[in-house]
Design a binder for this molecule. Structure first.
Ligand code: CP
Ligand code: NVA
Length: 308
């Protein structure tokens, strides 16, 4: 069963095939209307459940549109409206959904929910973000980097800010795609040591640098994300902002990276907090390409999951 649960648990050859297939599918429909069907209709006859236990704009719309382009049907489900949110076990929900749909995409809180869903479902399960990781986002980001600058292998990626779920999937990708990764942020918000260890064990150069200006030297790509994620307590907001302010990505910080460095943010962004508008809207920013590429990358992920 081809579940897409995380980047580090997916075979590197499969990851490469997904990126290449996404690029090819994107090229094949260049210039077409968003709602135009793909010629081959690989998901014809397939029904996909899209479960959201947290808010979403990009994940929700890109999966829905991508599946429809491929000829499949979608069912958007809010976790709180399902029995899942009212005491039915994850295992039973997985068994039931497997009788109705051909694939389950879930955005949830604790990653144990995703893993239990995958264990008990008879159909592929895709991770649409958990408190711990966001693999679909980083597949879109690798596609975006390579579209603009060629192979990401051997490049230097710098993450500035909170060592959160998106950062974790970047670290997983560093190991699988072979790029160097520097984290710059306050020690309290470092990525988990286990993640860093895993990437280093895979031969990847991972550095922790507290000074953001030092960190960005030689960077090919600078990335950041919100200072307060959906799973973080709102009461910690002020404390987090105070800790993270020195790690804002602004023009001065970008000037320290390579002149052709790109800027990425998974969005939604909080302008003038983790990133300034000058950078978001500047020539180095590819944030809206990333958003578009969620669509193409996920279409390729779904095809890999379903073997179509
Ligand atoms: N980047 C991303 O996953 O956005 P949404 O929360 O809008 O889905
Ligand atoms: N780190 C953010 C990503 C949102 C797409 C969050 O989990 O809220």
């Amino acid at each position: 069963m081809n579940h897409f649960l995380d980047i580090h648990t997916t075979d590197p050859a499969a990851l490469r095939a997904i990126i290449d297939n996404a690029a090819a599918m994107k090229a094949a429909r260049a210039g077409q209307m968003r709602g135009a069907p793909d010629d081959d209709q690989p998901l014809a006859g397939r029904m996909v459940a899209l479960i959201f236990e947290k808010p979403s704009t990009r994940t929700r719309v890109s999966f829905d549109v991508g599946i429809r382009q491929m000829g499949g049907q979608t069912m958007l489900l809010s976790g709180s409206d399902m029995q899942l949110g009212h005491g039915e076990t994850i295992a039973d929900t997985a068994r039931v959904l497997s009788r109705y749909v051909d694939l389950i995409m879930i955005r949830t809180f604790d990653e144990s929910v995703l893993h239990e869903m995958a264990e008990y479902a008879d159909v592929p399960v895709v991770n649409g973000l958990t408190d711990r990781t966001h693999p679909c986002q980083i597949m879109a980001d690798v596609l975006t980097y390579e579209e603009h600058r060629g192979p990401i292998k051997g490049r230097k990626v710098v993450w500035s800010g909170d060592g959160n779920n998106v950062c974790a999937s970047f670290l997983h990708a560093a190991a699988q795609f072979g790029f160097d990764f520097t984290f710059t942020g306050p020690a309290q918000l470092d990525p988990e040591a286990e993640l860093i260890g895993l990437a280093r064990k895979a031969g990847c150069k991972v550095q922790i640098e507290r000074d953001p200006n030092e960190a960005v030297k030689g960077a090919d790509l600078v990335v950041t994300d919100t200072w307060v994620s959906m799973h973080d307590s709102q009461s910690a907001k002020e404390r987090r902002h105070n800790m993270l302010r020195p790690y804002q990505v602004n023009e001065a910080l970008m000037a320290g990276a390579k002149p052709d460095a790109l800027f990425m943010h998974c969005l939604p962004a909080h302008r003038e907090e983790e990133v300034t508008s000058a950078v978001m809207d500047g020539a180095q920013s590819v944030v809206f390409d990333e958003a578009e590429n969620r669509l193409h990358a996920q279409k390729a992920i779904l095809r890999w999951c379903l073997g179509v």
